[in-house]
Design a protein. Structure first.
Length: 261
C-alpha cells in the first residue's frame, strides 16, 4: 500500500550523505534530498539546478512501508523510479514459486521501465525492503524530458545498450564462475553500495539478507551459499546475524572473487 503521494520539489549544495537507515512513515521526502538523488542518478548527472528543478516538478514522491510492492512482475511498465531514501529489493518468482532476489537498490539508483524503452511489462517485482521513499516519473512526462534534454536521451540509449551487453556478459560469467567467486563478488558489490566501515569490525551490511536472497543475487542455490558462508564465518572472513552481515577480511574476499575458475 502506498503510504503517501506528494508532488516533488530543489537542490542541495555540497556533499551530503543520505542515511540508509529506515525512515519513519508517513514521510514526505524533502526537496533537498530529492534534488540530491536526482543529481546523482545516472541519467541526470551534470544537470544544473534549474534543469533538475524542471525534472523534479514532473515527478511524484511515493513512500512505502517495508515489504510493500512498488510494482509487480507482469504489470504494465509505465514509469521510471529513483530511490530517494531507504532500500528497494528487485525480485523474480521461479517456476516453483520461490521468490528470488535479483538486486538491492540504494539512494540515487534508477529502476523500473517503460514501453517506449522496449519493455512493455515489468519483468521483476520491486518492493520496499525497509521504509522507503522513491521518486516516480511517468512515460509522457519522461518523453517531454527527453525532448527538452537530448543528452539525457543519449544516455538512455547508451544505458539500454549497456543492459543488453551486461546481460550477455552475466550469462557467460555466471556459467564459468564458482559459487565462492559469485558470493564474494556479490558481497563486495553490496559493500560498495551500502557498506558501513566499522573499522576493526569490518564493513557492515545492515540489511535483512537471507541465504535465499543471497542465492538469488549470486544465481546459486541456498544450500551452496549456506555452505560457503558457514565456511567463511568459521575462517573469520565474515560474520552475520539475522539482519546484518559484516565483511571482516576484504582483501581475502577480493582474492576469492578474482581467483581463476
Amino acid at each position: 500500500m502506498t503510504i503517501s503521494e506528494t508532488p516533488g520539489g530543489p537542490a542541495p549544495q555540497g556533499r551530503r550523505t543520505i542515511p540508509l537507515t529506515e525512515i519513519a512513515l508517513p514521510h514526505e521526502c524533502p526537496r533537498p534530498v530529492r534534488l540530491y538523488v536526482l543529481a546523482r542518478a545516472p541519467y541526470f548527472l551534470g544537470l544544473d539546478e534549474p534543469e533538475l528543478d524542471r525534472i523534479d516538478a514532473r515527478m511524484r514522491t511515493l513512500t512505502f512501508s517495508p515489504d510493500t510492492p512498488i510494482y509487480r512482475a507482469g504489470e504494465p511498465a509505465e514509469s521510471l523510479y529513483v530511490v530517494a531514501e531507504g532500500r528497494v529489493k528487485l525480485s523474480q518468482v521461479t517456476v516453483d514459486g520461490t521468490e528470488t532476489v535479483t538486486d538491492l537498490l540504494v539512494p540515487g539508483e534508477l529502476f523500473g521501465s517503460m514501453s517506449s524503452l522496449g519493455e512493455p511489462f515489468h519483468h521483476q517485482t520491486a518492493s520496499a525492503l525497509v521504509g522507503t521513499c522513491v521518486l516516480r516519473i511517468d512515460q509522457d512526462a519522461f518523453r517531454t524530458v527527453l525532448a527538452e534534454q537530448p543528452r539525457i536521451a543519449l544516455r538512455v540509449l547508451d544505458d539500454v545498450a549497456a543492459r543488453l551487453a551486461r546481460a550477455e556478459t552475466d550469462i557467460g560469467s555466471h556459467g564459468s564462475a564458482t559459487v565462492e567467486q559469485r558470493v564474494a563478488s556479490t558481497l563486495l558489490r553490496l559493500a560498495d553500495k551500502l557498506g558501513e566501515d566499522r573499522g576493526g569490525e569490518g564493513i557492515l551490511l545492515e540489511v535483512p539478507l537471507s541465504r535465499a536472497d543471497l542465492a538469488g543475487l549470486t544465481r546459486s542455490t541456498p544450500e551452496s551459499v549456506s555452505r560457503v558462508m558457514s565456511r567463511w564465518k568459521k575462517q573469520g572472513l565474515i560474520d552475520s546475524g539475522r539482519r546484518w552481515t559484516a565483511l571482516k577480511d576484504m582483501a581475502r574476499l577480493e582474492e576469492l572473487r578474482d581467483a581463476a575458475g
